[in-house]
Write a protein that binds this ligand. Sequence first.
Ligand code: HEM
Length: 402
Amino acid sequence: HDFGPGEGLAPLALPAARAAGCPFDPAPGVERARREEPVTRATLWDGSSCWLVTRHQDVREVLGDPRFSADASRPGFPFLTAGARELATSTPTFIRRDDPEHARLRRMLTADFMVKKVEAMRPEVQRLTDGLLDRMTTGRSSADLVAEFALPLPSLVICLLLGVPYDDHEFFQDRSRLLLSLHSTAEEVRTAGDELQHYLSRLAEAKRREPDNGIVSRLVARDDLDSEEVASMGRLLLIAGHETTANMTALSTLALLRNPDQLARLRADPSLIKGAVEELLRYLSIIHNGLPRIADEDVTIGGRTIRAGEGVLCTLNSANRDEDVFPGGEGLDIGRDARRHVAFGFGVHQCLGQPLARVELQIAVETLLRRLPGLRLAIPFEDVPFRHDMGIYGVHALPVAW
Ligand code: HEM
């Protein structure tokens, strides 16, 4: 249905507030849009407006259609904050470029994240997981699961893959936090981005002199990339590689603790873990603010015409709750076939690291539940600090006891 002028919902101000709603659910305004006006108008921090696309089918259409560009340098490209604009435009990487340039750069990394390659890393990921849990639990009965487990695990893994010294984790985790905070100013994002870029350029130079088996070293050896490009790609992988999985791990643990029937089911039958992780990805959809695109031509989506030059945000969390695809989707059901979820996006930019994220999540959640049968939240649920202020959703800390 097409709404004429003056009809339909008032434009939704983004980022949409979750307010009093359930912290695992999409913001009420986004859910309402999906039910009542699935392709709707929204307004952004700078007073500009864009389209919000909220249904599963429509999100896949936009993300799968080359007439929608991911090139953040185009006038009218939608950004959630001034900081997000700074991040996407200052040192652009292939996530915000279009084919053929996007494909050229992405192809340099596909072998590293292929299912077969990543599956072979299971023993190493398991060893790191057990090591962290040994350290966390020895002589203690409580800890912050984010600081001691959920964050260090993917951080260690991506450092190993890239050839980045994990000893520098405080430096790059601090900078990542600033880059992803919805409260950072453009200035703060620029400084943090420059510092990370500089760090990775220096690392790239060091690898040129002393090569190792890591991805940075391999990229440096190519003659079709300069050190700045290597640093940009390294930066993307470093941030995407640990912030996302870390938040999924902590939020998944919390969601299971809040759904004791599902937790009991998974404990009783650990072979459900793969499906459970897919369902948690669907249910939690941590990239919750919408993937940005801009229309190159007029395109009709869900009955509405999106004009050339207009920005679009595709909300993955609302798409993943779409009742037409996931009946009863507002609830967590680890036995559900959730494989059609779009938590990793869709189309040519679909997450490069998803095989790695899956292996990490499966091992982290399975091992945590197996080793800590008495795992419980150590603070009232109402006091859990959710990341309403961040581009990647999750919890800032998760005090647990066992
Ligand atoms: C892209 C989600 C883990 C690397 C994406 C996109 C999403 C996403 C939604 C699409 C962005 C867009 O189309 O605009 C997630 C989630 C993760 C996760 C939910 C964990 C649970 C990882 C990991 C890595 C990674 C572990 C590893 C190194 C990337 C890269 C891209 C990407 C490089 C850009 C791909 C491209 O533009 O072609 N991710 N990600 N991600 N992700 Fe992930």
